[in-house]
Design a binder for this molecule. Structure first.
Ligand SMILES: *Cc1c(COP(=O)(O)O)cnc(C)c1O
Length: 445
């Protein structure tokens, strides 16, 4: 694709970081933007493509973040750029609820094809992951006539009032922002690295459903909402059988099983949706982040009878399913299929897991290496106690930043470094980034 030829695919530090132009802009940012909106990197972007983000001082960074799992097909994928340019020239907005357009319908058709299960499905489109999660809850309540929602330890579902209640971690997401929405209950997650070894997927599910039955009651429960691989919570991959047993319990108890695939979905883990690895067919699937190559789009897709339980006019929003975002989403799907990017995600998994496990074998601070596809993480611990060590993760990430590698941390204790490269990244850039990480681990010891 043309994008790669225009931006050199190599890491380059031309100035000390941050460079003079970024320093100038950061001073303007501090004076104009709420400090509540913080940044991981101190540099300002000018261009991005393939696996590189170039800043306004000409420094080139290896992108292991994809703008938090968004630019899965790359930050300026040719098909996405062209499709959005064509659409912007035709019209930017009519509001689908006023004068509908084909792009919205076409995205809904594609989501019916790509989400798990071959039952009849419907979709509704929104602007953000949080908004879509909220709407999945509204839809589940409308269908079941019940109120309660169950979420899990370490969960992240967003920053709006209802989704803050659903999110587990206080700082920085909830602190000082309450009171929160009611009827949200938390159940224990399957966390193989931290669970006792005998807690397999089935037992972890039984532990959760027993607590739900005693503390909530299935007769009050509208939905169980779960990330098939937890994102902000630490890239926690539940034990095999956990998701299937939960989904089975939901089916037996007239509870809607909602897979929040905002981070794990849309090709990132080597399948279209992460639940496919567990052979689970959710009632509702929530998509966002990777769905539209960086344009704001989110979706709830699922069983036609559930989605159509809502009265006409009950779902919507001014911008939901904006025509530019829909054009981008269709181009993202075409790109993933034409360039066999699901296979690329599996290659990236092999490369990242291989290198990280080599590092782990010689470094007891790396307690766990896990993940699927281009959603891989290393969890750092104190070797003496096994307790989470956020300081090491933070120091290694800071070293990577200083050397021109964009990495993100996550986890309830901030002790996980996550790898979320765009699927358009080259092997050379991945290897270079891992060399930097290796040097960072030596530096920090
Ligand atoms: C990011 C995220 C959200 C929230 O999406 P926004 O677009 O930031 O509102 C919800 N769920 C999961 C799993 C996420 O990773």
């Amino acid at each position: 694709m043309t994008e790669l030829s225009t931006l050199e695919q190599s890491r380059l530090l031309r100035t000390p970081l941050p460079g003079p132009r970024s320093q100038e802009l950061m001073a303007r940012k501090v004076a104009a933007v709420s400090q509540g909106v913080a940044t991981t990197m101190p540099v300002f972007a000018a261009r991005a493509a393939g696996g590189i983000v170039e800043d306004i001082d000409g420094n080139r960074f290896i992108d292991l973040g994809s703008g938090i799992a968004v630019t899965t097909v790359g930050s300026s994928a040719a098909r996405v750029v062209d499709a959005v340019a064509d659409q912007v020239a035709a019209f930017t907005h009519t509001c689908f609820m006023v004068t509908p357009y084909e792009g919205y319908v076409a995205v809904a058709e594609q989501l019916a094809r790509l989400t798990p299960g071959d039952h009849e499905k419907r979709t509704a489109l929104f602007n953000s992951g949080s908004e879509a999660v909220e709407n999945a809850v509204k839809i589940a309540r409308s269908f079941t006539g019940k109120d309660a929602v169950v979420v899990f330890d370490h969960a992240y579902h967003g920053r709006t009032n209802l989704t803050m209640a659903m999110t587990a971690k206080n700082m920085p997401y909830k602190h000082g922002f309450g009171p929160f929405a009611g009827e949200v209950y938390r159940a224990p997650m399957s966390y193989p690295f931290r669970d006792a070894p005998e807690i397999d997927g089935k037992l972890a599910a039984a532990r959760a459903t027993a607590q739900i039955e005693t503390q909530v009651g299935a007769e009050n429960l509208a939905a169980v909402v779960i990330e098939p691989i937890q994102g902000e919570g630490g890239f926690i991959v539940p034990a095999p059988g956990f998701l299937a047993a939960l989904a089975e319990w939901c089916r037996a108890n007239d509870v809607i099983f909602v897979a929040d695939e905002v981070q794990s979905g849309f090709g990132r883990t080597g399948t279209w949706f992460a639940v496919e690895h567990d052979g689970v067919v959710p009632d509702l699937v929530v998509s966002a982040k990777g769905i539209a190559g960086g344009l704001p789009l989110a979706a709830v897709t699922g069983r036609a009878d559930v989605m159509d339980a809502v009265h006409p006019g009950g779902l919507g929003g001014t911008y939901g399913g904006n025509p530019l975002a829909c054009a981008a989403a269709l181009a993202v799907i075409e790109t993933i299929e034409a360039e066999d990017m699901l296979a690329r995600a599996r290659q990236i998994e092999e490369r990242l897991l291989g290198r990280l496990r080599e590092l782990q074998a010689n470094d007891p601070r790396i307690g766990d290496v896990r993940g699927r596809g281009a959603m891989i993480a290393a969890e750092f611990v104190d070797p003496a106690t096994g307790n989470p060590d956020g300081a090491v993760a933070k120091a290694v990430a800071a070293y990577a930043h200083s050397q021109g590698v964009i990495t993100l941390t996550c986890g309830t204790w901030g002790n996980v470094i996550r790898f979320l490269p765009p699927l358009s990244i080259s092997d050379e850039l991945l290897d270079d980034a891992l060399d930097v990480l290796t040097a960072g681990l030596e530096q920090v010891s």
